[in-house]
Design a binder for this molecule. Structure first.
Ligand code: C2E
Ligand code: MG
Ligand code: MG
Length: 564
């Protein structure tokens, strides 16, 4: 078929040299004219040269025009070439026969030059628009890559072909990292340019015959066919990573773009093209999870973790509006008196389908999908409101400890937010204790220090949660306004059998006291642990020995029980 700017080609099949000469004279100025003097020669030229149109005589010796037309239409390579019959036969039956065989038009000899020209031109124009429509239906207009539907077609075809030859087909699922951010900050034009550049780079990584397709958005695929080893696909992935290491120039800026890739293989992972796509997507997701800018080959276990994560993520988005959260309270116990002096607020998520999901599992996801701020506000409001009127056995107000995740500090208004909640609920700032982990302080950005100081100024206290599991840097304790450290559960649970834990706990308590801070031991489950902590003058204990986290009503009950 002719390329744009090339003259369209027309094949004339006719056994009369005179007819060919006449038609050639009419057409040769505008078209590249090919000819054949019999049917079988005509078929072979049609197959090899794929002309844009065929003018076909009907009465020919050996193979007549009808038979030639039948054979053209039966071959996938030639079936779409429009055929116009040119013949001296002018009966209705002949016309009908011609059209039934798939001809698009019918010219009667002797031909008039103007008629031939007009009819040929019309058919070619029609063909062009058909091709254009087909192209639009199968190719992505921005990148000109095969779109989802054509890509899937090619994938199906490759899987079938390769499995017949006992070879592998690899599917690479490629997703740009942070595309949304670029689109949002630099605008859609920049986003479009980036997608085009991505298409160009991906095309450079494959052999002829492999497919690069765009599924939509910033999702691309590559189909590698006829592979002998899985390592061949890894080489392509390595190549992609290398190509993307070079910055992309967009709107006068040099941007570093990375991609996350997942790879699956047929027949190893599945012979079904849809499943293969899901598997490659799953592996891609794994790449995103492990820090982006890398690739993973699919494996069966991935499915479960990723599926679980995706399910949690989906439900988590709506959990707050569906009222699926509540706050539990775990008593904080003064070691010497065994009195309840406060509680830690711990969020609970009950989903109708998933049941109760542990915060250890969903807090991290909530942070990643950006809903931790809303969750944080919810817990703070609930906890402050609930503790407003509660008092301990001695009539003293109780402390309420609330976990705050580093992301809640990112937006600069945390101090105002806490201040507002305190005012709304009427809780005294001194009653509120915010638990943060060391991760927050890494890098010691000044805005975080400012936020901690502003909150401290309000009267709110800070405790360092999970002490001992991170850097346990003394300088953090000095530099930031902490009042309390919470020794992590992992050092308490084996206290009886692990002398090294005993040493650490003892040292941590001594250090905290030297810095004028109090100590809470987490996860106290046995009398031995309590005894040990008492001896070392640990101020406060928290753990199942006293109570598991309980809902508000049960917490109130614990308070009344202790009054008796
Ligand atoms: P964390 O802040 O260190 O909370 C203590 C965890 O230890 C709680 O787990 C508590 O139920 C558990 N625990 C307390 N005593 C014992 C014990 O004696 N034995 C054992 N085996 N476990 C004990 P939970 O409620 O599952 O929370 C897990 C983590 O999730 C918390 O660790 C905290 O980091 C996070 N989290 C919980 N609620 C919130 C919240 O509202 N906001 C934020 N940002 N994180 C939260
Ligand atoms: Mg905590
Ligand atoms: Mg903790």
């Amino acid at each position: 078929m002719s390329k744009p700017f090339e003259k369209p080609s027309i094949l004339i099949i006719d056994d009369t040299p005179d007819s060919i000469t006449i038609l050639n004279q009419i057409l040769q100025q505008e078209y590249r004219v090919l000819f054949a003097l019999n049917g079988s020669k005509g078929l072979s030229i049609a197959r090899q040269q794929k002309p844009d149109l065929i003018l076909l005589d009907v009465s020919m010796p050996e193979m007549d025009g009808y038979q030639v037309c039948r054979e053209l239409k039966a071959n996938p390579d030639t079936r779409d070439i429009p055929v116009i019959f040119v013949t001296a036969r002018d009966q209705d039956d002949d016309h009908e026969m011609g059209f039934r065989l798939g001809a698009v038009d019918y010219l009667t000899k002797p031909v008039r030059p103007s008629t031939v020209k007009v009819r040929v031109k019309n058919q070619l124009q029609l063909r062009r628009s058909e091709e254009l429509i087909l192209h639009q239906a199968l190719y992505d207009s921005l990148t000109n890559l095969p779109n989802r539907s054509l890509s899937m077609d090619r994938l199906r075809y490759a899987i079938t072909n390769d499995s017949r030859d006992l070879l592998k087909t690899a599917l690479l699922f490629i997703d740009l990292d942070n595309f949304k951010k670029i689109n949002d900050t630099l605008g859609h034009d920049a986003g479009d340019q980036l997608l085009k550049e991505t298409a160009a780079r991906l095309n450079r990584c494959v052999r002829r015959g492999d497919t690069v397709g765009r599924l939509g958005g910033d999702e691309f695929i590559i189909i590698l066919s006829a592979l002998e080893h899985t390592v061949d696909a890894k080489l392509v992935a390595d190549n992609i990573m290398r190509l993307f290491a070079k910055p992309v120039k967009i709107s006068h800026m040099e941007l570093l773009i990375t991609v996350s890739i997942g790879i699956s293989f047929s027949p190893d992972d599945s012979r079904d093209y849809k499943q293969l796509l899901v598997n490659a997507d799953t592996a891609m997701y794994q790449s995103k999870q492990s820090g982006r800018n890398n690739y993973h080959l699919f494996n069966g276990e991935m499915n479960q973790t990723v599926m679980r994560r995706m399910t949690l993520e989906n439900h988590l988005h709506h959990a707050l509006e569906k009222n699926e959260f509540c706050v539990y309270y775990q008593p904080l116990i003064e070691t010497t008196s065994r009195n309840i002096i406060g509680a830690e607020a711990l969020i609970r998520w009950d989903n109708p389908q998933l049941g109760r999901v542990s915060p250890d599992e969903f807090i991290g996801i909530a942070e990643q999908i950006g809903i931790i701020e809303q969750l944080g506000v919810y817990v703070l409001q609930q906890a402050c409101h609930f503790f407003k009127d509660l008092t301990g056995s001695d009539g003293q107000p109780l402390t309420i400890a609330v976990n705050v995740s580093p992301q809640q500090f990112r937006q600069n208004h945390l101090p105002d937010l806490v201040d507002n909640i305190l005012k709304e609920t009427g809780l005294e700032p001194e009653q509120l204790e915010l638990e943060v982990t060391e991760g927050l302080l890494l890098g010691s950005q000044s805005n975080i220090k400012d936020a901690l100081l502003a909150l401290r100024q309000l009267g709110v206290h800070f405790s360092m949660d999970d002490f001992g599991t991170g850097y346990s840097s003394l300088s953090y304790l000095r530099e930031f306004p902490f009042s309390i450290i919470k020794i992590d559960r992992s050092f308490i649970s084996d206290l009886q059998n692990k002398p090294e834990d005993q040493v650490l706990v003892t040292a941590a308590i001594a250090m905290a006291h030297a810095l004028d801070m109090k100590v809470i031991a987490e996860g106290v489950e046995t009398e031995f642990q309590l005894q040990f902590l008492k001896e070392k003058q640990c101020d406060i204990c928290q753990g199942y020995l006293f109570s598991k986290p309980v809902d508000g009503d049960n917490f109130k009950q614990l308070l009344t029980q202790q009054e008796k």
